[in-house]
Ligand binder design. Sequence first.
Ligand SMILES: *Cc1c(COP(=O)(O)O)cnc(C)c1O
Length: 253
Amino acid sequence: MTVPADDSSLALDHRERMAPRLDEVLSRLEAAAQRVGRDSREITVLLATKTRTPVEIAVAVELLRERGRRAAVGENRAQEIAKHADPLLVDNAVPRHFIGRLQTNKARDVVGFAELIHSVDREGIADALERRAETAGLTREVLVQVNTSGEESKGGFAPTVDAIAPIVERLRASSSLRPVGLMTIGANTSDDAAVRASLRMLRELRDWAREELGAPELEQLSMGMSGDLEIAVEEGATIVRVGSAIFGARPGV
Ligand SMILES: *Cc1c(COP(=O)(O)O)cnc(C)c1O
């Protein structure tokens, strides 16, 4: 156990609560991967950690590792970044990502802790992240967020070649940011066909960019959450972002 003694009974409670939930998520992943001939172990399970405590997050990381899975943690509130400095998380050296809506005035904090930033959703954010990474002497990997559902509440570039090509080229020219793929939040609907169409669009755009822009480094497709992870895996997700299916319903959300 990486969890210190004073937290251990709490950690045990979380283990007992979360292990069956996590196993259910992994069997959903596995079944979906099998349907399309993929190895589910190549898919990173990113823990969407908003509102969760360091103990809960550390336990989930540990459970994933015990099961031989690639784990990462993803924060989406710059105000919650401080908890990633908790010894529980620092000690277990889990990769840290940022998945939330970015504000330019938080770029420095985000660059400071996240090795992969999923949510480059407009040009100005690329500028701010680049400046902050350069100043700090860091190189950060980034994903271009695409609004594949057309829902107004969601950020991201339009899902067209004309919108994606310039931001990908702009990021490839950066000395401190390295684009490694695309990210989307699937359509918010119970209509599976609509969800699938939005996720498939992301893969097609990624494949187009790799081919037509000569950008083979765009390997990652960050898509799929608790409700749509099977469809995402079938459509090629390399990173699924899972919160409530592992941790339980978010309090007060
Ligand atoms: C919260 C969040 C998730 C995970 O959502 P769940 O439905 O709880 O799995 C994934 N991606 C982003 C960007 C999020 O904010």
